[in-house]
Design a protein around this ligand. Sequence first.
Ligand code: WQD
Length: 338
Amino acid sequence: MKILVTGGLGFIGSHTVVELQQQGFDVVIIDDCSNADEKVLNGIAAITGIPPLFEKIDLREKNQVVDFFKRHNDIEGVIHFAASKAVGESVREPLLYYENNIGTLVYILKELIQKEKASFIFSSSCTVYGQADAMPITEDAPVKPAESPYGNTKQIGEEIIFDTCKVRANLNAIALRYFNPMGAHPSIEIGELPVGIPQNLVPFITQTGMGVRGQLSVFGDDYPTEDGTCVRDYIHVVDLAKAHVVALQRLLSDKNDTNFEVFNVGTGKGSSVMEVIQSFERVSGKKLKYQIVERRSGDVVEAYADTTKANKVLGWKALSSLDNAMKSAWEWEQKIRA
Ligand code: WQD
């Protein structure tokens, strides 16, 4: 069974390719390498022993997408990670985000609806909820006006898939709304490789731990939370990757109730920025240098998942603790800086 993984050299994509291969799927990766290194293929092969097929394609080039699906007409499913994902950059460059995150989605869906049957997993995000009214967040929490063009592309992407599934019974889709992915594969052959200054908390912490960054800036400690810092749902990237395989298997085996379903993918547990710092200090045995600074605009106070639906319907549950995920992130950081 051949599966296309777009953005398969990226952080979540590469970990998902490993899990797919270990479940016996044939995988072909498309990546434009704008935010990932081709060397990630070696890391995947080091874990699974199977070098995945790889094509460097810019999915914004419609003809390249059409040609690819002609050459790989045996693709039965697509897991679509390829997208730009830096919230701040999306505010500065909205058209780059609408072209790259929406245009490419349309081109892929246009190829899939020509098949007798196609399964499609969409990489979505908890940002669609904005600041949800109640915690933990369930899938029927209202989608709020997006705080950034990046978040808007996830909302629009889900609407495009929903509208297409309504009139194409041959297209079966699941949107997975991620919370905060972190960590690295236990083999430390693959992990997170942020380009430039990390926007996300965990890689900034591990780089600070390695002395690559002077100190962590904590964006505000005056929020209405227990210790004043924001709360998020940090999920081990391998748990997240496994959720994609389970979701794909649900579609391939026609177990889905409707042909477009949405699932929150988190641990169901909220952790504050300070708790994440303390986790790092426990697993590394090092004191982390940090300073409290002003709030970052666009940050929501709290976001952690109600995972009942994924647990019950997908039969999937995140297994890793925060410390175990942090340990893998720290081991990975030490390895790439060695
Ligand atoms: C987490 C917490 C920050 C950095 C974003 C995207 C989301 C998804 C994950 C793609 C917040 C605080 C952070 C730092 C800090 N991306 N922080 N100092 O903002 O929850 O989610 O990344 O899918 O879509 O929105 O993640 O890691 O940036 O921040 O204090 O140097 O850490 O204020 O409270 P976020 P994050």
